[in-house]
Ligand binder design. Structure first.
Ligand SMILES: *Cc1c(COP(=O)(O)O)cnc(C)c1O
Length: 401
C-alpha cells in the first residue's frame, strides 16, 4: 500500500494519444475487428493474442483507454467499463458467487444494490447476511465456509457512514473472501484498493462523469479478475453483455480529467453548508465535521487533497416536513428535486421515499434512516453563500428555523 498514490496525478501522467496524434484518443466505433490471418483470429478467441480486439462486447480500444485511466486512478492493475453502476455491481457479484454461496454486506447500500442482494439473488440460491458495517464482531460471526464476498460502500448511501476498509480487509485476510467496495460517493477522496479492497465498483453516472447525461459503471480490479469476467467461455461480463458504449467511454474519459477539481469544489461547498447547518442548529449528517461519529476514521483513510465529499443530509424527521421543503427549494432555485448525485447543480431528494425506497420500512428504521432525511448532492455553485441564503429562506418560510 503506497502512501504516495495520488489518483489525480496518476491520471495526469497517462499518455493516451489518438492514432493521428490527437490529444484525445480516437474513438473506435466498430463492433467487430478484422484479422489479417485466420490463425490470428483463432488465437484471439483462445485469449492468446494480446493487444488484438475481437468484438466490442469483449473489449473495445476506447473502452480500454477509459479502463486504463480508471485503473490508474485506483491503483489497480486493470478495469472494465459497464453500461451502468448496477451492471458493474451485479457482474462482479455474479462472477464471484456460485449458487449456494454466501455474501456478507452492509445493510446500508444503494437501494438497487439492496434489492439485488435481498430479492434477486434468491433466484441463484445465494444467501446474504446484512450487517452494520461498523460492527466488526458481527461480520466475523457471519463468516461461513461458503462466504465469497464482503460488500460495502466507502461512504454509505444514504447514511454517509464511512467503512473502515483497512479493518474490513484485515477481517478477511487469509480467507477466500473478496472485499468489494462501491466507491461511487467518494472517487479521488478514497482509494479503496490502496486500503485493501480487492475490487472497486463505481456508478460513473454520478461524480466520475459529472454531467448527468448518461448511466455508466466500472469495475476496477486485478488483471486476473478482469480476464475472468471477460472470458469468452464463462465470463459474466462477456456472457451477460453489460458493456459500455465506446462513444460514452470517450465522453467519460474527457470528464475524468477534471474530476479532481470538481471533487474539491463539491467538497468545499458541502463543507460550507455543513458549517452553516451547524450554526443554524439543524439536525444534519456530514462526515467532514468532527461531530460525525466517523470523522476521525474518514480523516485517516481519505486522500486529504480532495476534501470530505459533496454529500450532506438534513434530517427533518418526517416525510410531511421534507416534501414542501424540497418543492420550495426547487422553486427558489437552490437546485433540482431529483435523485442521483455528482451533478454540477445541487440535487436533493428524500432518501427513504426515493433511492432507498426498495429498503423495507422496518429495515430503514433499524439502520437509522429517518423518514424526513433530505439528501443533498451539493453542486459546483460559484457562490455557495448565496445558495445557503436560499436554503435558509426556504427553512424560514416553512417555520423550520
Ligand atoms: C447510483 C448508484 C448505483 C447504481 O448506479 P447506476 O449507474 O444508476 O446503475 C450504485 N451505487 C451507488 C452508491 C449509487 O449511488
Amino acid at each position: 500500500m503506497s502512501k504516495k498514490h495520488n489518483p489525480a496525478s496518476a491520471i495526469q501522467d497517462l499518455k493516451q494519444f489518438g492514432e493521428f496524434g490527437g490529444v484525445n484518443p480516437s474513438i473506435t466505433d466498430s463492433a467487430t475487428f478484422t484479422f489479417m490471418s485466420e490463425e490470428e483470429m483463432i488465437h484471439a478467441f483462445h485469449g492468446e493474442a494480446p493487444g488484438c480486439f475481437l468484438y466490442s462486447r469483449h473489449w473495445n480500444p476506447t473502452n480500454r483507454y477509459l479502463s486504463e485511466a480508471l485503473a490508474a486512478m485506483e491503483g489497480t492493475e486493470l478495469a472494465w467499463v459497464t453500461g451502468s453502476g448496477m451492471a458493474a455491481i451485479t457482474t462482479t457479484l455474479l462472477q464471484l458467487c456460485n449458487s449456494g454461496d454466501h455474501i456478507i454486506t452492509s445493510v446500508t447500500t444503494y437501494g438497487g444494490t439492496f434489492a439485488f442482494l435481498n430479492n434477486y439473488l434468491k433466484k441463484f440460491n445465494i444467501d446474504v447476511t446484512f450487517v452494520n458495517i461498523e460492527d466488526h464482531d458481527s461480520i466475523r460471526k457471519a463468516i461461513r465456509p461458503n462466504t465469497k464476498v464482503l460488500y460495502t460502500e466507502s461512504m454509505t448511501n444514504p447514511m454517509l457512514q464511512i467503512s473502515d476498509i483497512p479493518a474490513l480487509a484485515d477481517i478477511i485476510k487469509g480467507t477466500d473472501i473478496k472485499l468489494v467496495v462501491d466507491n461511487t460517493f467518494t472517487p479521488m477522496i478514497i482509494s479503496p484498493a490502496q486500503l485493501g479492497a480487492d475490487i472497486v465498483v463505481y456508478s460513473m453516472t454520478k461524480f466520475i462523469n459529472g454531467k448527468n447525461d448518461m448511466v455508466a459503471g466500472a469495475i476496477c480490479a486485478s488483471e486476473a479478475f478482469i480476464e475472468a469476467i471477460s472470458s469468452v467461455n464463462d465470463g459474466t461480463a462477456m456472457l451477460l453483455g453489460p458493456v459500455l458504449d465506446p462513444l460514452r467511454s470517450s465522453m467519460i474519459l474527457k470528464n475524468l480529467g477534471t474530476l479532481h477539481i470538481r471533487m474539491q469544489k463539491h467538497s468545499e461547498n458541502a463543507m460550507y453548508l455543513a458549517k452553516k447547518f451547524k450554526e443554524a442548529g439543524l439536525k444534519f449528517v456530514y462526515p467532514g465535521l468532527p461531530s460525525h461519529p466517523n470523522y476521525e476514521l474518514f480523516n485517516k483513510i481519505r486522500n486529504s487533497d480532495f476534501g470530505f465529499g459533496g454529500m450532506i443530509a438534513i434530517d427533518l424527521e418526517t416525510a410531511e416536513k421534507a416534501a414542501p421543503f424540497m418543492e420550495l427549494m426547487q422553486d427558489k432555485g437552490v437546485g433540482y428535486h431529483a435523485v442521483s448525485l455528482g451533478y454540477f447543480k445541487t440535487l436533493f431528494s428524500n432518501s427513504g421515499k426515493s433511492t432507498s425506497s426498495e429498503v423495507p420500512e422496518h429495515i430503514q428504521q433499524e439502520m437509522g434512516l429517518s423518514p424526513g432525511l433530505v439528501r443533498f448532492s451539493v453542486g459546483l455553485d460559484h457562490d455557495i453563500e448565496r445558495t445557503w441564503e436560499m436554503i435558509k429562506a426556504c427553512l424560514t418560510e416553512l417555520n423550520y428555523l
